[in-house]
Write a new protein. Sequence first.
Length: 139
Amino acid sequence: PIGCAYVKWVAKRWKKRAYTWRKKHEAAVIPHTTDWLTAVNLAQRIFPGTSRWLLDCSSSEGGWGRWVPNGDGSGAGGWMQFLSGTFYGNVDAAFSTARRLGFRIAPEARSWYSATGQAITAAYMLGIGQRGQWYGSRC
């Protein structure tokens, strides 16, 4: 039979291994970028499985190039054509979810004008079922 001391030793050893692994792998830093394709790839680290939707949606909304203001005067802008209120209403929840999952995001990405911020926020919103929040959305 296995003794209590052995079980405690194994548990302590695995706890230390888990702590070391988390320190090495989970503290991933997500940098700020203005390149949409890079931003979508970075968002995949936090919210896997959303890249195809992000790229499809953004191609019909703002495109994959630079930040794009909406020409209809709606106030929407960026790669996902977020209204600023929609973006800022969801970015904190998206970033706190990322933090809870062990990711640190560059503070500059918390901007409506950041490709990283828009990709992470849109991926988060997709994950919680808020797909149709975009202006004139075909997504």
